[in-house]
Design a binder for this molecule. Structure first.
Ligand code: FAD
Ligand code: NAI
Length: 478
């Protein structure tokens, strides 16, 4: 007789969602999570709620408000003077948002009858799990019919910029600086680099991004990436692409970075350096050798399309397995695995994962980019529409960017939707739903959208696939 039907290791978005769905199915569920807050108390929600999605969005929101008060209200005839930043209060608010949400997950565990172990879990042989409790240093073995591994990921360190106490730091520390650095370098111009770079620039830092790759956001549709790069540069972010960081040195309370760019060796000094060079799966010490589990050469737990590992009744989900490291991808895997364990059919559609970069304007997309369609020799049609021609965007004074719809040249099925503009993190859901239902661009074009609204830009981009956008000067010939 096993102790539980299901044990979940890790209570990030993948693990806690899996645990809740298991409990909803009536399965006796336990979850082991090692995450604690600064007071040493259990803090559920993993990277996302504690040091990822949520605190970063709280900071993005506050810093955006600051910039708006400083620069944008005058055009509305609203005079605001003496705008000052109280960083301590801003950080307290961020922490309050985090505490409310992590506390919310704890409440959900209670109401769903999920047994929580605050400590480290390790898969042993025969579906046994060793739990080392945070408090009291005690160890115990618990068993379950099915086990779900959701240990998440950790910031990736780089040899040429090793972390120091408070000068060369990871994204976690960059969410909690107690003063605005005058000069901030970020190694890596990926999603974290752009979001946290935007936060600290808005608060007054001079931000330089040192990026190894030669292109700005290479995975993003390049027409969107090109315009976004221009806008973010105009906002004041400095980018060095194809840049190699050779070494770093702490000198007189500052960090000196030696790097090579455009064939020239350079040295620059910064107050803080954030390493945002990707994340690695956190799979060290999650399973014992006798469990029989193994990782791929990059440290990911190998799984099939339904997140089954090579061991019967052991699943792995979220950042610790293949695919993009996104909270919503992990959540959907959690739901899928719980449904499979409960004996239902379940799958995740990896083709329609939405991606969002929360800069201002925001960047969002789902499906294939033009560069992917070209490399796969797929014949496609394009429709685009700018926010500058949209009434709501004009009324809001947020006219930068555009939406692009890509559809199959023969079937008209939507293959990808790419957005740069205000609130596109919300608008992308409409494209995801359309693609999930295999819609054609004509389906979108024939759908009614409220006026005035930003989503009319999506409508017009679909109309433009046929050269029939109403508010576009030069309509294509049909
Ligand atoms: P995690 O959230 O990493 O959770 C894993 C949990 O398991 C942790 O609580 C950990 O303590 C625990 N754990 C690990 N090993 C063990 C063990 N052996 N025993 C017990 N417990 C264990 N994604 C988005 O989709 N949108 C965003 O806006 C976004 N913003 C981000 C911003 C930042 C700064 C960062 C760093 C990440 C961001 N992400 C975002 C990524 C997102 O946070 C991750 O994709 C997501 O948290 C992964 O969920 P997970 O459940 O797989 O793992
Ligand atoms: P990333 O993979 O997005 O970007 C890392 C960047 O660092 C890449 O451009 C890479 O070329 C560069 N790089 C790597 N090594 C380097 C080096 N030595 N020197 C200079 N540049 C180097 O990873 P990031 O930004 O760290 O984010 C980690 C994960 O978190 C991402 O996979 C992302 O999915 C997730 N995330 C998601 C967010 C969202 O959905 N809005 C927000 C923040 C993070």
């Amino acid at each position: 007789m096993k102790d539980y039907d299901v044990i979940v290791i890790g209570a990030g978005p993948a693990g806690y969602v899996a645990a809740i769905r298991c409990a909803q199915h009536g399965l006796k569920t336990a979850c082991i999570d090692s995450g604690v807050n600064s007071k040493g108390n259990a803090s559920l929600g993993g990277t996302c709620l504690n040091v990822g999605c949520i605190p970063s969005k709280a900071l993005l929101e506050s810093s955006e408000l600051l910039e708006c008060c400083q620069h944008d209200t005058a055009a509305h005839g609203i005079k605001v003077s003496n705008v000052t930043l109280d960083l301590a209060t801003l950080m307290q608010r961020k922490q309050q948002v985090v505490d409310e949400l992590t506390g919310g997950v704890a409440t959900l565990f209670k109401v769903n009858g999920i047994v929580l172990y605050t400590g480290h879990g390790k898969l042993l042989a025969d579906n046994q799990v060793e739990v080392s409790l945070n408090k009291g240093n005690s160890k115990q073995i618990i068993t379950a019919t099915d086990i779900i591994l959701a240990p998440g990921s950790l910031p990736r360190a780089i040899a040429t910029a090793p972390y120091t106490d408070d000068k060369i730091v990871d994204s976690t520390a960059a969410l909690s600086f107690d003063k605005v650095p005058k000069r901030l370098a970020i190694i890596g111009a990926g999603i974290i680099g752009l979001e946290l770079g935007s936060v600290w620039r808005r608060m007054g830092a001079e931000v330089t991004l040192l990026e190894a790759g030669k292109d700005f956001l290479p995975a993003v549709d390049q027409s969107i990436a090109k315009q976004a790069s221009k806008i973010l540069t105009q906002q004041g972010l400095s980018f060095y692409f194809a840049c190699q960081v050779n070494s770093t040195e702490i000198k007189k309370n500052k960090v000196s970075i030696q790097y090579t760019h455009a064939g020239k060796a350079k040295t620059e000094t910064f107050d803080k350096v954030v390493v945002a060079a990707g994340r690695s799966p956190n799979t060290n010490n999650v399973f014992a050798p006798e469990s029989g589990l193994i990782c791929d050469p990059h440290g990911y737990i190998e799984v099939d399309t339904q997140c089954r590992t090579r061991l019967a009744h052991v699943y792995a989900i979220g950042d610790a397995v293949r695919g993009p490291m996104l909270a919503h991808k992990g959540e959907e895997e959690g739901v899928m695995v719980a449904d499979l364990i409960a004996g239902h059919f379940a799958q995740v559609n990896y083709e329609t994962i939405p991606f969002v970069v929360y800069t201002h304007p925001e960047i969002a997309w789902c499906g294939k980019t033009e560069q992917q369609l070209k490399s796969e020799n797929i014949d496609y049609k394009t429709g685009t529409f700018p926010f500058a021609s949209n009434g709501r965007a004009r009324a809001m004074g947020q006219t930068q960017g555009f939406i692009k719809t890509l559809a199959d040249a023969k079937t008209d099925r939507i293959l990808g939707v790419h957005m740069l503009g205000p609130h596109v993190s919300e608008l992308i859901a409409q494209a995801v739903i359309a693609m999930e239902f295999n819609s054609s661009s004509e389906d979108l074009a024939m759908t009614m959208f409220a006026h005035p609204s930003l989503c009319e830009v999506l409508h017009e981009s679909a109309l433009d696939v046929f050269g029939k956008a109403i508010h576009k000067g030069k309509a294509k010939k049909s």
